[in-house]
Design a protein around this ligand. Structure first.
Ligand SMILES: N[C@@H](CCC(=O)N[C@@H](CS)C(=O)NCC(=O)O)C(=O)O
Length: 229
């Protein structure tokens, strides 16, 4: 039985949706992040106290891309990989790393510029602007790639689509709106129609609405990366 350390409406959603796709049994362990006293078990699994982290029968791992790849390899029946020696493998690896190292850092900046410039609102505004410029060119590149789609790997749905879409559902990471990127918009809609994705996403929305604190007091501001409206 897997244990997924998660925080509502966060990067944990892609790992969560992939877990659902595999059909493997799992428990979600909801944890608090951005706290001075993270859950000790969570800290062991994820030394920066960032979600997601996954406890398997043998070990614990962190980093969304690694968790996604691990789950897809462990559960080949889910058919979410371009494997070694398959055509398109190199491109698959390219996008896997692009999503983690080129897209993701600018996504986190859009939600938490204060992590980079605490107590300097002007610097935060400059960072947000510069980072959105970088996101804009990333979105152009992805939009272009998906023109051949519908998925990152053409006709084949892979973990890449989950890794991207579960971030692309946040309007804050687009210069204007996802609707201005027809191929991205189509991919988001296609993936969100999948029962496994709906189940995972539904748990995050439900948890985001529920208070996390043991004393039952309301969730703190900023609970969930993207605040529901
Ligand atoms: N590269 C990491 C990033 C994880 C990450 O930054 N997660 C955010 C939530 S979406 C988090 O836990 N932030 C808490 C913190 O930075 O202290 C991954 O993909 O797993």
């Amino acid at each position: 039985m897997y244990k997924l350390f998660a925080y509502p409406n966060s990067y944990a959603m892609s790992a969560h949706a992939i877990l659902e796709e595999t059909g493997a049994p799992y428990d979600v362990h909801w944890v608090q992040i951005f706290t001075d006293s993270p859950d000790p078990a969570f800290l062991v699994a994820s030394p920066h106290a960032r979600v997601p982290a996954l406890q398997t029968e043998e070990e614990t791992i962190f980093e969304t891309g690694a968790i996604a790849l691990y789950l897809a390899e462990e559960h080949p029946e889910s058919d979410l990989l371009i494997r070694e020696n398959m055509p398109g493998r190199a491109t698959f690896l390219q996008w896997l790393h692009y999503l983690a190292s080129t897209l993701q850092p600018d996504v986190i900046i859009q939600f938490h510029p204060e992590l980079y410039f605490p107590d300097d609102e002007d610097a935060q505004k400059c960072l947000l602007l510069a980072s959105m410029g970088r996101l804009s060119s990333v979105m152009d590149v992805i939009e272009n790639t998906l023109a051949v789609g519908p998925y990152f790997c053409g006709e084949k749905r892979t973990i890449l689509d989950y890794l991207f879409v579960m971030q692309a559902i946040w309007p804050e990471i687009f210069p204007t709106s996802a609707a201005d990127y027809p191929n991205i918009d189509r991919l988001i809609k296609t993936l969100l129609e999948r029962p496994a994705v709906t189940r995972a996403y539904g748990q995050h929305i439900q948890e985001q609405r529920a208070p996390i604190k043991a004393d039952g007091s309301p969730a703190p501001d900023g609970y969930g990366l993207h605040k529901e409206t």
